[in-house]
Design a protein around this ligand. Sequence first.
Ligand code: G6P
Length: 367
Amino acid sequence: NAAEKGGYEHFMLKEMYEQPKAVSDTFSPRIKNGEIVIEELNMSEEDIKKIRKITIVACGSAYHTGVTAKYVFEGMARIPVEVDVASEFRYRNPILEEDTLVIVISQSGETADTLAALREAQKRGAKVLGIVNVVGSSIAREADSVMHTWAGPEIAVATTKAYSAQLIALYLLATKFAGVRGQITGDEQKEILDDIQRLPVQIERLLENKKNIQKFANRYLAADQVFFIGRGIDYGISMEGSLKLKEISYIHSEAYAAGELKHGTISLIEEGTLVVSVSTQKDLYKKMISNMEEVRTRGAFVMAVSVEGNLEVEKAADYVLYIPKTNKYLMNSLAIIPLQLFGYYIAVGKGADVDKPRNLAKSVTVE
Ligand code: G6P
């Protein structure tokens, strides 16, 4: 009812607005005097140094945080990461060795495939770290160690604040591992932590732009398909932006690694097709601009999400949404905000049942 929604039109909007708090509640208890303290981890520095591979397993949006985490762990801590959806992982006879760390990510802690993947990993002798929102859930109980995301109860089927909190848990782990393994200096770690602590205020600022995004979204209510493109971490963000849009608005959308477009998908671009280009990684700006030009030449309307200061992007885009600067590994936490708002306002504009999209369940406990 209206009271539960605290004055917001939908739980999804309310939960989007709870993201600064979800993010801050997830990092605050784990940053002490400039150090990352993850008591639940049950791993000594020696154990952390011994990790030779990380396998991340999850479903849906939680899987998308895993895709971003792959770039963060590999880039920052130089640990190889494989990431898989739980329903694939459990049936593929995965290779897990003694020094593989398995991380399962789940908001509910009850997703059947993720739980089965956890059990499969344990059966093969791996230690499993769970990143879980619901305290006391099956995954929280069965994992060897649990790092909780403190997002609080999430009601809307389409996740927002739990997703944002999962990213924070993963950043803290990756930064911790990078520090212990000597891949970043104490000063670099301090800078990353400062940037993490700045995220809540930056997210708040991005949420303030909702009116403009709503206006823009209203122009695309009749779209029948939308493409999201990005490279690296931006590919991970694109996957989540695309899922948000399609699951609640019923507009078909796809996320593509931008460089793959020309291997087929570009044939679907017509006059007026909306392409959302996510471009937050400085070393890839130029590559993204050429992808944007490619689709624009074929008639696409390009909406770009990029970082303040990247003025070049305006040459190749029809509409630009800027996010503030942060560490390159943390960009996902900011870039996802306008994409959530975009999906949300398209769904609202179409009069869809935003909090309870057809055919979907908050927690998928069947296989
Ligand atoms: C459902 C939800 C998604 C969620 C996925 C995984 O599909 O609608 O929002 O990402 O399940 O759920 P979990 O609880 O394991 O994170």
